[in-house]
Write a protein that binds this ligand. Structure first.
Ligand SMILES: NC(=O)c1ccc[n+]([C@@H]2O[C@H](COP(=O)([O-])OP(=O)(O)OC[C@H]3O[C@@H](n4cnc5c(N)ncnc54)[C@H](OP(=O)(O)O)[C@@H]3O)[C@@H](O)[C@H]2O)c1
Length: 315
């Protein structure tokens, strides 16, 4: 089954930068002040970002509650994306894409988000215990009922993506992609391009690394997402990560901008990338992340960045 084009009706064209809200959950990314988070969402919506990506697992529903609060009175101009299938209610955080679980998950997300529909509903991670055909049939039913408008998947590999596409029209795939993580270039991105499916990157700023904020290798407390989710924080890769960030800083200087703007511009320039999801904990970060993006990079700059990023995980 072919994916739906981005122009599917009722249409809301997704902005090229999507606001990510993992940090706003407040439990996996250090402390995040609720007021700052609400202001960050407002700032994003007032400055050209119309899409927000959230999930029940970000703060066990807290990020969704904040998003729900922030979009009151603005719902019609927000493209709201959330996810399903990680069991926060049992506190085991296991994957569960069974129809009964996701029906419950959706009803809770709608309550927290204070809305009666989700623009994009994404399977957060594949669940090997549930036949994907059953998951997709349930999602199709929610769509027919008007509770969700589009179906997406996240973190699916090539095989899982092809399988899911057989049972439902998929609007998008969301996965980890940046100058620090390029695995999707081999299988996933070509499939998205061939099938006219939207690709959304997460970790687009390398969890902050690509802004140049860290001069030294970091140690995060246990439980903080940055201590286990992103391999580029490992000390053995740090030297090569830093060489890449130095280059981003050097290029940024020539354009009177910041390294993060160069990293996001590189990503937005990759064939098949529809939009980049960028997390932020404050209005200042939001404004910083949209300033000057996209910067036009020369083919030489693109090649140098490609090279420095491709050698990070080699010996
Ligand atoms: N589907 C999935 O499984 C999945 C997985 C991961 C993420 N996501 C989504 O993608 C979003 C973004 O990805 P990400 O969370 O991995 O991280 P990211 O976008 O690469 O980095 C975001 C983090 O970098 C720091 N930052 C942002 N702007 C900054 C600036 N201008 N200056 C300095 N620091 C800045 C902030 O953290 P600090 O202030 O703490 O440094 C922010 O939380 C998430 O929020 C979530 O919506 C989805």
């Amino acid at each position: 089954m072919r994916s739906e084009a981005i122009e599917e009706k009722p249409d809301k064209t997704v902005s090229r930068i999507i606001l990510g809200t993992w940090v706003m959950g407040g439990n996996h990314w250090g402390f995040c002040d609720d007021l700052d988070a609400l202001r960050a969402i407002d700032t994003a919506l007032d400055n050209g970002i119309n899409a927000i990506d959230t999930a029940p697992i970000y703060g066990d529903g807290h990020a969704e509650e904040l998003v729900g609060k922030a979009i009151q009175g603005k719902r019609d101009r927000v493209f709201l994306a959330t996810k399903c299938g990680l069991d926060i209610y049992s506190k085991k955080y296991e994957r569960n894409l069974s129809p009964s679980y996701i029906e419950h998950d959706l009803s809770q997300s709608l309550k927290r988000l204070k809305t009666d529909y989700i623009d994009l509903y994404q399977c957060h991670w594949p669940d090997p215990q549930t036949p994907i055909e059953e998951t997709m049939a349930a999602l199709q039913r929610f769509r027919e009922e008007g509770k969700i408008r589009r179906i997406g998947v996240s973190n699916f590999n090539d095989k899982e993506l092809r399988e899911a596409m057989r049972y439902a029209p998929l609007f998008s795939l969301q996965s980890h992609y940046s100058l620090l993580e390029r695995g999707v270039e081999q299988g996933i991105l070509p499939i998205c391009r061939e099938n006219n499916m939207n690709f959304f990157s997460y970790g687009s700023l390398g969890a902050g690394v690509l802004t140049g904020k860290y001069r030294e290798v970091q140690r995060f407390p246990r439980g903080d997402a940055r201590s286990f989710f992103y391999r580029f924080f490992k000390p053995r890769y740090w030297q090569k990560v830093r060489i890449l960030v130095d280059k981003l800083e050097e290029i940024a200087l020539t354009r009177d901008t910041r390294p993060g703007a160069i990293a996001l511009s590189w990503l937005l320039g990759q064939p098949g990338v529809r939009s980049v999801i960028v997390g932020a904990r404050s209005s200042e970060q939001v404004l910083d992340n949209i300033a000057h993006v996209p910067v036009e990079l020369t083919s030489h700059e693109m090649k140098v960045l490609d090279h420095l990023s491709s050698v990070i995980y080699t010996r």
